[in-house]
Design a protein around this ligand. Structure first.
Ligand code: MN
Length: 432
C-alpha cells in the first residue's frame, strides 16, 4: 500500500472455558485486521451474532481509512440486527466487537482501533500494560465516574451488563481511534472471559515474558481456565515487528509518571505518545477531545443521542443512563443510606438496608429479621409493610419495629389458638 509498510506478527487462542458448553466468542486473525467478538443471546444467538459480525467485516473490503473501519462495524451491526429480526429464535442476539486494523493517516500506516461492548484492547509498551478501550458496560460507567474501583468492578454482580453491543439495535455507536505503531509494542484483544479471571498484572507478566504470540495466547487461556474459566476465553495478540520507519518514542518525565502508576492503566490515553510526539495523528486530537474519548459513552451520546441498549436487561440500563446524567452520586447515597421495614418472602417482618424495591442495581440487603410473623401484623400496617416502609436510617427503622411490636402486643388476645401455624406466638412469648 505504501512504501514503508508496518510489519506485524500475531497469535491467537480461543477456548470454551470450564463451565459453558458452547463457545460464543469469535475472532478474526490477520493479516490486516484483527477482531475479537463475544456473542450474547440465548439458544444459538450468541454464536451466530459474533460469527456473523466477523464474517461481515472480513467479507467487506474496506479502505485504509479508520472511518471505513467504523463503517464496516456499522455494516456488521446491520447484518446481525436484520438476522435477529428475521429469525425469532435469534431475537435479541448481539455481540461485542473490538478490532485493530492497519489504516492510513496522511500517508503513514497507523493502527486503527474500534470498539463496541466490554471486550478489550490493551497495549503493552515499555513493559507497561494499558487498557486502551473503554468498557461499554454498567460497571465501566461507574469506574469512569469514580463510583467504583477498577478492582471491585471485576467482581461486581452486574459486571456482565453491557451498555452497547453490535446487532441489538438498528444503529450502533462505535468508538474509534488511531495509535502509532512502534517496533516492539504488543497489542492484546480479549473477551471478558480473560479479564474476569486473570488480573491485569498477571496478564502483563505473560505478555512480557512469552515472546511467541501464539504461545502467549495459549498461556493466557490456560490461566483463565485455571482461575475458573467461567466464560468463553478468546485472545488475539498482535506484535509490531517493524514500525515501517516510525522513529521510536522519546520518553519524557510525563510518560514515566503516568506509566508507573498502576491505577492509571484504565485511563491510558490511546495515543498519548503520538500526542507527545507532535505527529500528524496527535494533531488531530486536542486534550479536550481526548478527555471526551476517555469519558466514554455518555459524552459521545450527547451530540448524537442514541437509544441506550443492553443485552441482558434493557429497561434497567435505560433507567441507569438517565440517572447517571441526573447525578449518580446522589442516587448512590439515596439507594444505600436508607433502610426499610418489610414483610419479605420469608413471611417475617424484616429490616433491609436500601430503598424498598431497590434503586437501580442497588438491591436491598437484609439487616435483621425481627421475629414478627406476617400473620401477627395488624391489618392497618399490613399493606404498607407488604410494599415496604422506608426509613431514614437504621435507628428509625428499629423505632418503627418497636412501635409495631407495641401495637401487636396491645391488640393481642390473652390466648392465641391457631391451628394453621406452629410458630405464631405473639412477640411477648419469644420461642426458645
Ligand atoms: Mn464473555
Amino acid at each position: 500500500m505504501i512504501g514503508r509498510a508496518v510489519r506485524l506478527r500475531w497469535g491467537s487462542a480461543t477456548d470454551v472455558g470450564q463451565l459453558r458448553s458452547v463457545n460464543q466468542d469469535s475472532m478474526l486473525v490477520g493479516p490486516g485486521i484483527f477482531v475479537v467478538a463475544d456473542g450474547m443471546g440465548g439458544h444459538q444467538g450468541g454464536e451466530v451474532a459474533s460469527a456473523l459480525a466477523i464474517e461481515t467485516v472480513s467479507d467487506r473490503s474496506f479502505g485504509p481509512d479508520v472511518g471505513e473501519l467504523v463503517t464496516a462495524v456499522e455494516d456488521a451491526n446491520e447484518t446481525v440486527f436484520e438476522r435477529s429480526t428475521q429469525d425469532p429464535s435469534l431475537s435479541g442476539m448481539g455481540t461485542t466487537f473490538v478490532g485493530i486494523a492497519i489504516v492510513e493517516v496522511d500517508g503513514e500506516e497507523r493502527l486503527g482501533i474500534v470498539n463496541v461492548g466490554d471486550s478489550r484492547a490493551y497495549q503493552l509498551t515499555g513493559g507497561q500494560l494499558h487498557q486502551i478501550t473503554d468498557d461499554h458496560s454498567l460497571v465501566g460507567e461507574l469506574v469512569r465516574d469514580g463510583r467504583l474501583s477498577r478492582e471491585d468492578a471485576r467482581t461486581h454482580p452486574q459486571k456482565n451488563i453491557v451498555t452497547r453491543a453490535v446487532g441489538i439495535d438498528e444503529r450502533v455507536e462505535v468508538d474509534d481511534f488511531v495509535v502509532i505503531p512502534y517496533t516492539g509494542d504488543r497489542y492484546l484483544l480479549c473477551s471478558d472471559g480473560l479479564t474476569d479471571e486473570v488480573e491485569e498484572r498477571d496478564i502483563a507478566v505473560v505478555l512480557r515474558t512469552i515472546e511467541d504470540p501464539d504461545e502467549a495466547a495459549r498461556e493466557l487461556v490456560r490461566r483463565a481456565n485455571e482461575h475458573g474459566g467461567r466464560d468463553n476465553i478468546t485472545i488475539v495478540i498482535v506484535d509490531v515487528v517493524d514500525a515501517g520507519g516510525v522513529a521510536p518514542p522519546v520518553p519524557d518525565a510525563d510518560d514515566f509518571s503516568e506509566s508507573d502508576d498502576d491505577t492509571q492503566t484504565f485511563l491510558a490515553v490511546p495515543d498519548d505518545r503520538a500526542h507527545e510526539q507532535g505527529s500528524p495523528a496527535s494533531a488531530q486530537r486536542s486534550d479536550d477531545e481526548l478527555n471526551d474519548l476517555l469519558d466514554g459513552a455518555r459524552d459521545h451520546s450527547e451530540p448524537k443521542p442514541q437509544r441506550a441498549v443492553t443485552v441482558r436487561s434493557v429497561a434497567f440500563v435505560v433507567v441507569v443512563l438517565g440517572l447517571l446524567g441526573a447525578g449518580a452520586y446522589l442516587v448512590n447515597d439515596y439507594a444505600r443510606n436508607t433502610y426499610h421495614v418489610i414483610i419479605d418472602d420469608s413471611g417475617e417482618v424484616s429490616i433491609y438496608r436500601g430503598r424498598a424495591g431497590g434503586v437501580l442495581w442497588f438491591d436491598p440487603s437484609l439487616e435483621e429479621r425481627t421475629g414478627i410473623e406476617a400473620a401477627d401484623v395488624p391489618a392497618t400496617f399490613r399493606d404498607r409493610l407488604t410494599d415496604g416502609v422506608n426509613q431514614a436510617d437504621r435507628p428509625a427503622a428499629e423505632r418503627y419495629v418497636a412501635n409495631l411490636e407495641d401495637r401487636i402486643e396491645a391488640l393481642a388476645p390473652p390466648v392465641t389458638t391457631t391451628t394453621s401455624s406452629t410458630t405464631a406466638p405473639t412477640t411477648t412469648t419469644q420461642p426458645g
